[in-house]
Design a protein around this ligand. Structure first.
Ligand SMILES: Cc1cc2nc3c(=O)[nH]c(=O)nc-3n(C[C@H](O)[C@H](O)[C@H](O)COP(=O)(O)O)c2cc1C
Length: 198
């Protein structure tokens, strides 16, 4: 089977993770760097900034996110606490940022497209790299799930890891060994999703 289609079918949101990554730390770094070097971005601006957080720092990150959420969730915190604690049990977190400065440069030449279009380009480029990395990791048996605690956590995360203040946090991909595979998906009728015109 086509390798990418195989990886696409293998990729799921795995939320029950452990710290036993099926690949080495070196291999993980290699995959993160390789995907980040060569993903498609609007005007080839390469606006993604990727921060891989593992080990004790990953645990500290999730402790901080738990603390932040405890301050904003109203009422019973137990369900949120259980969900966040599960993420802490993973091996690491990949933080996806966007640096809008390179896009601002392109915007100067293509301002007739409107600033909103460039903001959308940045979001779309980020989605593409998130998915490419998710796919590459899933292919090698790494469990992943994608979370969005931004913008609640942005300030503290930037402080923790000395991230430039003008980078924008887009998503958090939690990675780890797979404890439990997710249930099979309810797939829609393909004919309601794809129209072939010939
Ligand atoms: C743009 C986007 C945002 C998502 N945000 C979250 C999220 O914040 N938390 C979460 O648990 N899953 C999130 N997901 C994962 C989806 O819920 C998941 O992909 C979907 O339910 C299908 O399941 P699958 O990934 O196993 O195929 C997000 C996915 C996408 C594409």
């Amino acid at each position: 089977m086509n390798t990418i289609i195989y990886a696409n079918q293998k990729r799921r949101s795995v939320r029950d993770l452990n710290k036993n990554l099926p690949i080495s730390q070196d291999r993980l770094e290699e995959i993160v760097k390789s995907v980040t070097l060569q993903y498609p971005s609007a005007f080839d601006t390469q606006s993604a900034r990727v921060v891989l957080v593992v080990g004790e720092k990953h645990d500290l990150l999730w402790d901080k996110i738990i603390e932040i959420l405890r301050g904003v969730v109203q009422g019973d915190f137990s369900a949120t606490f259980a969900r966040l604690s599960a993420f802490k049990k993973g091996y690491g977190t990949i933080l996806f940022f966007e640096d809008f400065k390179p896009l601002e440069k392109s915007y100067e030449n293509f301002s007739f497209l409107g600033l909103e279009t460039f903001k959308n380009f940045s979001e779309q480029s980020s989605g593409i790299i998130q998915y490419a990395l998710w796919l590459a990791l899933a292919y090698e048996g790494v469990g992943c799930n994608l979370q969005h605690y931004n913008p609640l956590i942005d300030e503290e995360v930037k402080k923790m890891f000395e991230i430039p203040s003008d980078w924008s946090l887009k998503a958090q991909l939690i990675i780890g060994g797979i404890n439990k595979e997710p249930e099979a998906k309810n797939l829609k009728n393909i004919n309601t999703l794809v129209k072939i015109i010939k």
